[in-house]
Design a protein around this ligand. Structure first.
Ligand SMILES: C[S@@+](CC[C@H](N)C(=O)[O-])C[C@H]1O[C@@H](n2cnc3c(N)ncnc32)[C@H](O)[C@@H]1O
Length: 108
């Protein structure tokens, strides 16, 4: 099965994302990169010391962009332990950014 044939339902499955991140390690932002959304984030999260939860972070550079923008407490979670292992190693020198394996039950 190719990715274009993957049923949408698989997007909520851990095995699908573990497999995908095992084969695709390059950072990828699905929607928008942080700089283009920064004005909205700054508007709705005006205090840089507020804790921010990024659900389903993948290997996107979005959380890193927030930290570069001055946010001091960003917690990124994802259902894929494969991508979280990568992100924990990548950001081990950034105490403002914590990455954790977690299953969000509020998923659309
Ligand atoms: C389409 S990717 C988006 C990645 C990133 N947020 C971006 O914008 O580039 C969806 C991500 O959500 C994660 N995910 C899927 N179901 C989840 C759940 N129930 N809880 C937490 N993360 C989940 C997947 O592992 C995947 O990394």
């Amino acid at each position: 099965m190719t990715s274009s044939e993957t049923p949408t339902q698989s997007y909520s499955e851990k095995w699908y994302w573990d497999d995908r991140y095992t084969n695709e390690s390059e950072p990828f932002d699905w929607y928008q990169k942080y700089p283009s959304l920064a004005p909205l984030i700054n508007l709705y999260v005006p205090h840089r010391n507020q804790r921010v939860l990024v659900v389903g972070c993948g290997n996107s550079a979005f959380s890193e962009g927030m930290v570069d923008d001055g946010y001091e407490d960003v917690v990124s979670i994802d259902i894929s332990s494969v991508v979280i292992d990568t992100m924990v190693k990548k950001y081990s020198d950034r105490p403002q950014l914590k990455c954790a394996f977690s299953l969000s039950f509020f998923w659309f």
